[in-house]
Ligand binder design. Structure first.
Ligand code: CO
Length: 189
């Protein structure tokens, strides 16, 4: 087995031991079920792990990740996660978290073909078109990309709010809050 692969099993054993040292009932309690108060919709980027950066434990955040943290109305995976989180787990917060330096967003700013992902990035390009005036006025490429990341999160929060799942939750008086956040991989905040 390659070294890294062996290593993750070793890491797992150590994590189980450390966790049980702190709380002998940890896994027994988790096995009973989950009641996470938060749904996290984030980027697949390996540098943005929901639990680590928020200091939360297993059981505390329900997670959906895709390239560039998109909320797309035909994405059955995202819709299923959202529906389950809102209507079965009764989460009270949904977070869309983008991040500066997002490869998906940066690629969507250019015109090179990458592959299948081009079809996914098409949705981000629509966000660019919506905000083209503001974005084109930013001459510095990094600053423009950073603002695009922020605008993309704002648009995804709108799209999230417009899903029938969130609309029905609100019209039924469910206390459901939606949030847009941007994470900086350069400083961890
Ligand atoms: Co990203």
């Amino acid at each position: 087995m390659p070294k890294l692969f062996e290593q993750i099993f070793e890491n797992n054993k150590k994590w189980v031991k450390d966790t049980l040292d702190r709380d002998p009932e940890f896994f027994k309690d988790l096995a009973l079920g989950q009641t996470p108060p938060i749904l996290w919709i984030g980027c697949s980027d390996s540098r943005v792990p929901a639990n680590e950066i928020t200091g939360t434990k297993p059981g505390e955040i329900f997670v959906h990740r895709n390239i560039a943290n998109m909320v797309i109305h035909t994405d059955m995976s995202m819709l299923s996660v959202l529906d389950y989180a809102v209507n079965v787990l009764n989460v009270s917060h949904v977070i869309v978290c983008g991040h500066y330096g997002c490869g998906g967003v940066i690629t969507a700013m250019g015109s090179t073909q990458v592959g299948i992902i081009d079809n996914w990035l098409r949705h981000i390009k629509d966000v660019y078109r919506l905000h083209q005036k503001e974005l084109d006025a930013i001459k510095d490429e990094k600053k423009r990309a950073d603002r695009f990341v922020e605008l993309n999160v704002i648009e995804q929060v709108f799209d999230l709010s417009k899903t029938s799942i969130v609309q029905n939750a609100w019209s039924n008086g469910k206390p459901l809050f939606v949030h847009g956040l941007v994470y900086d991989i350069g400083n961890g905040i």
